[in-house]
Ligand binder design. Structure first.
Ligand SMILES: [Zn+2]
Length: 342
C-alpha cells in the first residue's frame, strides 16, 4: 500500500469559506454570528470536490489512502476566542469525517484542534475525543503557535501541553506538529512559518526531556522536518553540548518526518540523513505548491517520484516509507486497515 500521511481538505466547497467569513465578521457584530446548522454542503458536493481533485491525483500517482485533515492554513487559531475555534474545528472535522465515510478505502481523518492563543490546551480534549471515538480519526494536528507567527505559547516541552499529551498516549494517536496561517508579515505562511515551526518544534524537543515523561508520545514533523535533516550535524552537536543522549535515543523513538520535500536532492538528503524507520510518505497534495517543475515536467508535490528515484532505498526501505512506518506511528490506522482486511 501507499499511504500518504499528510493531506488537507484544501478543496472544500466554497460554502465552507463563506461560513467562515460570516463567523469572522460576527466577531465585531455578534448578532450576525452564523449558526453551524446554516452551513449546508451535500454529499454530492463533497464527492465532486474530492473526485476531481485529491482522489483523481491519488489514482494518477498511485497512492491508496490519505490521512486527511482540515485545511491547515484555514485553522487560523489566532482568530476570535476558544468558542470561535471550537465551532470552526467542529465543522471542519465533520467534513473530513464525511469524506472518510464516502471513501472509506481512500481517506481516514486526522483532527484539527480548537486551539486559541492563551487558552489551556486541555480545552481541546472534548473535540479530540469526539474525533477519535465518534469519527475514527487516527491522529491530530497540533499547532505549537496558535498566535499565528508571534510564538506566545510555551515550548512543546512545557507542562502547559501535558493534558493533550496524556490524551494522545491514552488513545494511541500521534500529532503532526502543524502551524496555520501566519499573521506576522515577516513570515510567509507556507514558505517560512511552516518550515520555521518544523525546525522550532524539533529544537524544542531536543532542548527538553519531554519523551522521558512520555516515552510513547509521537510527533510527526511535516515538510521533511524543515531545516532539521539539512542541519543534522548542528543538531547533533548542540545535543552533545547540552549533555543530551545521542539523537537516536533522545528523539528518534518519538519524532518522525514526512516526505513533503518537493525536489529530488531534498529527498535524497532526507533519506540519507534520517533513519528510514523515521520517514513517512506524504505529499500534502493538494497544498501550497501546486505547479509543475519545469526541470522535471512533473508536479512538485508528486513526491512518490522522488522516493522511487532514490537510489539508496531498496524494496524493504520503500515499504517502510510507504506503509510500514505509517502503520507503526498511527496504530489506529493500522487497526482500521486490518478491520478492512488490508
Ligand atoms: Zn500540511
Amino acid at each position: 500500500m501507499i499511504i500518504d500521511v499528510h493531506g488537507h481538505y484544501t478543496t472544500a466547497p466554497a460554502a465552507l469559506g463563506a461560513w467562515r467569513e460570516l463567523q469572522i465578521a460576527s466577531l465585531k457584530d455578534p448578532g450576525r454570528a452564523p449558526k453551524v446548522s446554516e452551513l449546508k454542503i451535500s454529499d454530492d458536493e463533497l464527492r465532486e470536490s474530492i473526485e476531481t481533485n485529491q482522489l483523481a491525483k491519488m489514482r494518477e500517482r498511485g497512492s491508496d489512502l490519505t490521512i486527511f485533515s482540515p485545511r491547515a492554513s484555514f485553522m487560523a487559531h489566532h482568530i476570535g476566542d476558544f468558542q470561535t475555534s471550537a465551532a470552526w474545528a467542529a465543522i471542519c472535522n465533520e467534513l473530513c469525517f464525511r469524506v472518510s465515510q464516502l471513501y472509506p478505502r481512500h481517506f481516514i481523518g486526522a483532527a484539527m484542534l480548537p486551539q486559541s492563543p492563551g487558552v489551556d490546551p486541555a480545552s481541546c480534549i472534548p473535540e479530540l475525543e469526539r474525533c477519535v471515538k465518534d469519527y475514527g480519526f487516527v491522529g491530530i494536528n497540533l499547532n505549537p503557535d496558535p498566535s499565528g507567527g508571534h510564538w506566545t505559547s510555551p515550548p512543546l516541552t512545557d507542562r502547559h501541553w501535558y493534558p493533550l499529551y496524556e490524551k494522545m498516549v491514552e488513545h494511541d494517536i500521534p500529532a503532526m506538529v502543524h502551524v496555520s496561517t501566519s499573521c506576522n508579515a515577516c513570515f510567509h505562511t507556507t514558505g517560512a512559518h511552516y518550515l520555521n515551526a518544523d525546525t522550532t518544534a524539533f529544537m524544542q524537543c531536543l532542548s527538553g526531556d519531554l519523551f522521558k515523561d512520555f516515552p510513547t508520545l509521537k510527533f510527526l514533523i511535516p515538510h521533511g522536518g524543515g531545516a532539521v535533516p539539512y542541519h543534522w550535524g548542528r543538531f547533533r552537536g548542540l545535543a552533545q553540548e547540552m549533555k543530551k543522549p545521542l539523537l537516536d535515543e533522545h528523539l528518534l523513538n518519538n519524532i518522525f518526518f514526512d516526505t513533503c520535500v518537493y525536489h529530488q536532492p531534498g529527498i535524497d538528503l532526507l533519506t540519507a540523513v534520517i533513519p528510514v524507520k523515521n520517514i513517512l510518505f506524504a505529499s500534502e497534495m493538494i497544498g501550497a505548491v501546486r505547479g509543475i517543475d519545469p526541470q522535471t515536467g512533473y508536479h512538485y508535490d508528486d513526491t512518490r517520484r522522488y522516493i522511487e528515484a532514490t537510489l539508496h532505498l531498496g524494496a524493504e526501505e520503500r515499504f517502510l516509507v510507504y506503509e510500514g512506518n505509517a502503520r507503526r506511528v498511527f496504530p489506529r490506522l493500522d487497526a482500521a486497515l486490518k478491520a478492512q482486511g488490508r
